[in-house]
Design a protein around this ligand. Structure first.
Ligand code: ASP
Length: 442
């Protein structure tokens, strides 16, 4: 077990967690046991990852920018990153819409199933909560998202873990450091360099705990499923989303192998621990420290690129989410409002899904909240909204887990592409281990 690669250990943890969850589902008091005694270990793990995310983004971006030593390179990197992110997201929605229009998973649904789902979920707190959250998002003015990037109090940005605000601050600090004399900048640059090394070591240490944490996280997901009958009814919709997500992964692998000449298998092997954590946590934000560690140390992307591309990506680049939003919107319309399925509405869905995925937070089930806004934009009848969301609610968690894997893989892919284009991709990356210095201090 000791010499097993990390992704295998995590996979074993996941499999055991799923089995344990199923067993506990069928034992009296099993669910309570998982909630009280198993779930907290998953929560501790996610807390630890969140704990180091803010110092990690800050240190790695400031150090990275000061290493670039050239403001025109920063501009180039910024434009390329945003350009590629937007393009892959548009590809994702188009793939999603293509599949859902071809397969038409919503057309065969019986009235009986619809009323059953409506009865069970339309007034459930899960669904009403998503609708309320979407209402709050919608009330903001058109430029609010832009205003939100600029913090007025950096400590508040840290405590709220407002990723875009922290990225802005780090860029601001990094660029200002470039503009003062090297002698004056050095102490701060060295400080952030050392902070970055230390936080990366923390990631290695936290990952020692990952196989046990995913056991807890997955056991907890399994005990939440209680209606397998409805899951089966939604199978063709779920398979459309899964098929689309798989196509997206294939698209990324093709991009990586054509543009960086690296083998897709190698890429998957290096990034897999981050993918498995994305699956287990359903949160690209919680996975971010691990994604950064894998991309920098295992895929060989220089800090100056990964420190910018990955935190930005975790916040704005969600290809899995946009693909899902496209499919879910059309599926709901096929079932409840087929007359709304015009070409112009589908074009609006492409635009709004891209924007909605940019606006989705990198946390579990953010995608379904923004889906409400996509539906509202095309004039979906308000009285059907709770039923529409109820329709897909039962399968949302497993699909969320899968779309988060795609979101994280997309970020890693784009960081490889941007790094290659700037000559910042190492040929032979040398990963660090948690115990590289252990012998000297034990
Ligand atoms: N859970 C996704 C993420 O964190 C967002 C979503 O699609 O709900 O990337």
């Amino acid at each position: 077990m000791k010499n097993l690669a990390l992704h295998w250990k995590i996979l074993i943890g996941m499999a055991l967690g799923i089995i344990f969850g199923f067993v506990m589902n069928n034992i009296d008091g099993g669910k309570g046991f998982v909630t009280d005694w198993i779930k907290p270990f998953g929560t501790i793990f996610i807390n630890l990852l969140k704990l180091i995310a803010v110092p990690l983004i800050l240190a790695s971006l400031i150090k990275g920018i000061s290493d670039l030593k050239d403001i025109s390179k920063i501009k180039k990197m910024g434009f390329r990153t945003i350009g590629i992110y937007l393009s892959t997201t548009i590809v994702a929605v188009i793939i999603g819409l293509g599949i859902v229009n071809l397969v038409k998973p919503g057309t065969g649904m019986s009235i009986d199933t619809i009323s059953k789902i409506k009865e069970k979920y339309a007034t459930s707190s899960g669904v009403t909560d998503k609708l309320t959250k979407a209402g709050a998002q919608n009330d903001a003015g058109p430029l609010q998202a832009l205003v939100d990037i600029f913090p007025s109090n950096i400590f508040k940005a840290f405590t709220d873990a407002s990723m875009l605000q922290i990225i802005f601050f780090a860029l601001f600090v990094g660029i200002s450091l470039l503009l003062i004399s090297e002698k004056k900048a050095k102490p701060l640059v060295d400080f952030f360099d050392s902070l970055n090394e230390m936080v990366m070591k923390m990631v290695d240490l936290i990952m020692l705990f990952a196989p046990y944490a995913v056991f807890a996280l997955l056991a907890n997901v399994i005990i939440a499923f209680d209606d397998t009958e409805i899951l089966v009814k939604l199978l063709s919709y779920a398979l459309c989303v899964l098929g689309g997500l798989l196509l997206m992964i294939t698209f990324y692998l093709t991009l990586v192998s054509i543009y960086t000449k690296k083998s897709p298998i190698w890429f998957l092997k290096q990034i897999s621990p981050a993918q498995l954590l994305a699956f287990s946590t359903s949160s690209s934000a919680a996975t971010l420290p691990v994604t950064m560690e894998r991309v920098e140390e295992h895929l060989g992307v220089d800090k100056e690129v990964s420190g910018f591309v990955l935190p930005v990506g975790a916040t704005v680049n969600m290809d899995g989410t946009s693909l899902y939003q496209g499919i879910a919107a059309v599926f709901i319309m096929q079932v409840l409002w087929p007359e709304g399925l015009t070409l112009s509405n589908q074009l609006v869905i492409i635009g709004t899904s891209v924007l909605a995925s940019i606006g989705s937070a990198a946390v579990p089930s953010a995608g379904i909240v923004m889906l409400v806004i996509v539906l509202e934009t095309i004039g979906f009848p308000a009285e059907f909204l709770p039923i529409g969301i109820a329709l897909i609610f039962a399968v949302d968690r497993p699909l969320d887990m899968c779309r988060t894997v795609v979101n994280v893989t997309g970020d890693a892919t784009v960081s490889m592409l941007v790094a290659k284009s700037l000559g910042k991709l190492k040929e032979n990356p040398q990963p660090k281990n948690w115990d590289d210095n252990y012998d000297k201090v034990k």
